[in-house]
Design a protein around this ligand. Structure first.
Ligand SMILES: C[S@@+](CC[C@H](N)C(=O)[O-])C[C@H]1O[C@@H](n2cnc3c(N)ncnc32)[C@H](O)[C@@H]1O
Length: 233
């Protein structure tokens, strides 16, 4: 179902134009120039309403955080939060993550955050998951050796599936946990995460580190066999 446009979406976005990058390809290889004294460029895939985005940026003022989001109705809330709090080290891009190779130069991003991505539970939809092999290959190219993905989800089947994809492509898995907040709130929470935490839903989290130059070959696309509509897989 298509989300109805929030009231006054366009004027609200225009008010936050200073934190939005409209032609991200022009910044490819030069993102660090946007923040004087920038020590690192990081990127967030699907930032939603931006609680995590703002939290990370405030905690790490020397980091430029580039937040990608394909739904402007959600992104405008994130942009307003960043503008209201006068946070200078975030930029937003209204785009789909598939465009990542046009946005970042090889090795430009030291950390990629993927928080509570849409699960796409049906097997035939698996290629849309943000931890599908084709996405993992794009992240690989954007990361330097030693760079990492930080991944969180509430969906245990998706976490298991994602761990397999990370490992198959050649990422080294670290700090794998199936209950991040077992000993109390840990790290900066996203909007979704705060809700799950309040409901007592365990959060799965891992880091996937790029430790070598080349990733393993991508798996071949599965051949379509009639009406294949299995859940998960
Ligand atoms: C379940 S929400 C989680 C939002 C936020 N990360 C959080 O944890 O609160 C997933 C978000 O990712 C965005 N998203 C999903 N797939 C995307 C894609 N391919 N490109 C850009 N954004 C995407 C959605 O629009 C949505 O805002």
């Amino acid at each position: 179902m298509r989300m109805r446009n929030k009231k006054n979406l366009i004027p609200r976005m225009e008010k936050c134009a200073a934190v939005q990058v409209f032609v991200p390809a022009d910044m490819k290889g030069h993102w660090a120039d946007l923040l004087p004294g920038c020590q690192e460029v990081r990127a967030e895939m699907g930032c939603g309403k931006g609680a995590f985005t703002a939290g990370v940026a405030q905690a790490e003022p020397d980091v430029l955080l580039v937040a990608l989001e394909k739904v402007p109705n959600a992104m405008v809330t994130a942009m307003e939060r960043v503008c209201a709090e006068d946070i200078r080290n975030v930029r937003f891009i209204d785009t789909d993550v598939v465009n990542l190779p046009d946005i970042f130069a090889p090795g430009e991003v030291s950390v990629i955050y993927i928080n509570f991505p849409d699960p796409w539970p049906r097997k035939k939809e698996a290629k849309h998951r943000l931890t599908a092999p084709s996405f993992l290959a794009m992240y690989w190219d954007a990361l330097p050796i030693g760079g990492r993905i930080e991944y969180k989800t509430d969906q245990s089947w998706l976490f298991d599936w994602s761990l397999e994809q990370f490992a198959a492509l050649g990422y080294e898995l670290r700090e794998v946990t199936r209950d991040l907040h077992a000993d109390g709130p840990t790290g900066i929470m996203t909007n979704y995460e705060s809700r799950f935490y309040a409901e007592g839903v365990p959060i799965h989290r891992c880091m996937a580190v790029k430790t070598r130059e080349e990733h393993a070959p991508l798996p071949e696309e599965p051949r379509r066999r009639g009406r294949e509509d299995t859940v998960h897989g």
